[in-house]
Write a protein that binds this ligand. Structure first.
Ligand code: UDP
Length: 241
């Protein structure tokens, strides 16, 4: 199999495969914060994120959300559809946390009346600046029709995942998604793991996500494994992955 490294991200690498329509995605043991300025190797992180993302994507796909995931290959490797990534990070917030709390001086943990969707321009050199829809469409990063689809899919994913996490005693505070163009459609790409969302335990209110690393609050892999165990109990048998 001829495999060339096409892209090396903070948490994953992407390789070409013999099939030009298919890429191989490998989850790495690297953790970053402050947009990559702080970097650490954490043994086992790639595997646990792979397992969590695999379950969530399989679940979403069962619920009718098209994703880029084709097949899981090994403990850290997935085959995915080759998409053209829309260079926007789509953040949805249910509860005040992170940059929203800091930027707007809002109390951490306050539930928002309606979910908020924010966009960031995926551009490391510019430090992923916040962008609004008129800016993003003016820059031709996305079309207005695509924006409508992204918003609808993001809200639908939120509804599905709030319910799923609620069933395993976890509040879904916020998350980040990425979408790609594939054969004229928009599909969910990238990953869904505690690296890209905030998950708070409903009983203890402790973080079960990357805030553990960002704020040195505990062992990242142990915490992520708690999420994986609860998810596996809930949907591990039904997702056929
Ligand atoms: N997020 C992400 N990648 C980024 C920035 C944010 O996955 O480059 C996720 C983050 O984990 C959180 C949500 O998006 O679940 C909102 O992040 P926020 O804007 O609060 O930024 P932070 O405080 O994490 O820097």
């Amino acid at each position: 199999m001829s495999e060339t490294l096409l892209y090396s991200g903070k948490a994953k690498d992407l390789f070409s495969t013999d099939d030009p329509e298919v890429l191989k995605m490998i989850y790495k043991d690297q953790a970053t914060a402050l947009n990559g300025k702080r970097k650490e190797q954490i043994t086992g992180k790639g595997e646990v994120n792979y397992e969590i993302s695999k379950l969530i994507f399989a679940y979403l796909s069962q619920q009718g959300i098209e994703t880029h995931l084709i097949k899981n290959v090994s403990e850290t490797e997935q085959l995915v559809k080759k998409v053209t990534i829309i260079p926007l990070e789509v953040v949805l917030r249910n509860v005040v946390a992170g940059s929203f709390a800091r930027k707007f001086g809002q109390p951490l943990g306050q539930r928002l009346e309606q979910p908020i969707i924010e966009y960031y321009y995926k551009n490391d050199a510019l430090d992923d600046p916040a962008i609004n829809i008129s800016q993003a469409t003016a820059l031709k990063l996305v079309t207005p029709t695509e924006v409508a689809t992204i918003e609808a899919m993001t809200k639908q994913i939120n509804t599905l995942l709030i319910k799923l996490f609620n069933e395993i005693g976890i509040d879904l505070i916020d998350f980040k998604l990425e979408f790609g163009r594939y054969q004229g459609r928009l599909i969910l790409a990238d990953e869904f793991s505690p690296d890209n969302c905030r998950l708070w335990d409903q009983k203890t209110h402790s973080s079960l996500d990357k805030d553990v690393f960002r704020q040195n609050k505990g062992d990242l892999v142990t915490v992520y494994e708690t999420v994986l165990q609860r998810l596996t109990k809930m949907i591990g048998g039904s997702t056929n992955v």
